[in-house]
Design a protein around this ligand. Structure first.
Ligand code: ADP
Ligand code: MG
Length: 245
């Protein structure tokens, strides 16, 4: 683990109308850290990830990515989003494109990578997620676990500096969860900086460097897996863990 700060969030606030969803959120994520966000449904986990990827615009506060403060009015957000990849619960693959076409689309059309080069890289990524034999297949023919691994490969194709995962295994049949988690574990081992929302407490405990517990839009407690799972300091954290473990 290096000490370089990859993401810095300071006093982040976000409301939807009168609903105050993120309340003075502060978070520091170092390079190669794996950070798991946990908390009850509605606590603001997805909104926090979406703010980090500028799918939602914060109301106030600061977001720094790799040392640079991102001002959504002056930055090219498409460029910023290339640095911060995101994988969703429901895959969001292009249904009318093959697996390989899904993976090479953004590098070719957004990053202007030459097609041959994009294909070569795309194939390497599909190999990495164990889907070399599926490159010509359409998403409808894949299992949920395979779709999610394509989504991960597609995100990696943009060479992000950080990967965000919002409940990447929640839509999967139980027997398909493991293959996606092992792909993510592999990425973590390679040093990818990752922030993920997950209900997979076993994964969080094993892979995370830091666990962040959110409740009603606030970060209640941050700690190592040992600290959070073995000796949480806050009663709310204890109550939450008792309800899910
Ligand atoms: P979590 O991911 O922890 O379940 P979310 O960040 O999705 O929580 O949601 C936090 C709160 O914000 C919820 O009350 C949710 O209904 C609300 N919310 C999320 N997105 C929107 C939106 N686009 N418009 C209005 N309310 C929203
Ligand atoms: Mg959510």
């Amino acid at each position: 683990m290096s000490n370089r700060v990859m993401i810095e969030v300071q006093q982040l606030n976000k409301s939807f109308g009168s609903l105050h969803v993120l309340k003075d959120v502060d978070l520091t994520v170092h390079e190669s850290d794996v950070v798991c966000l946990i908390g009850a449904s509605g606590s603001g986990k997805s909104t926090l990830l979406r703010c980090l990827n500028f799918l939602e615009m914060k109301d106030s506060g600061k977001i720094l990515i790799n040392g640079e403060e991102i001002d959504e009015r002056s930055h090219n957000l498409n460029q910023v989003r290339q640095k911060v990849g995101m994988v969703f619960q429901h895959f969001h693959l292009f249904p009318h494109k093959t697996v390989l076409e899904n993976v090479i689309e953004a590098p070719i059309y957004v990053k202007k990578v030459p097609k041959e080069k994009a294909i070569k890289k795309g194939r390497a990524l599909l190999k990495k997620v164990g889907l070399s034999d599926k490159e010509e297949v359409y998403p409808a023919k894949l299992s949920g676990g395979q779709k999610q691994r394509v989504a991960i490969a597609r995100s990696l194709a943009m060479k992000p500096e950080v990967m965000l995962f919002d409940e990447p295994t929640s839509a999967l049949d139980p027997e398909l969860v493991g293959e996606v988690l092992s792909t993510m574990k592999e990425l973590a081992k390679e040093g990818m900086t990752m922030i993920l929302v997950t209900h997979e407490m076993g994964f969080a405990r094993e892979v995370a460097d830091k666990i962040v517990y959110m409740h009603e839009g606030k970060i209640v407690e941050i700690g190592t897996p040992e600290e959070i799972f073995e000796q949480p300091k806050q009663q709310r954290t204890k109550d939450f863990l008792n309800s899910v473990l």
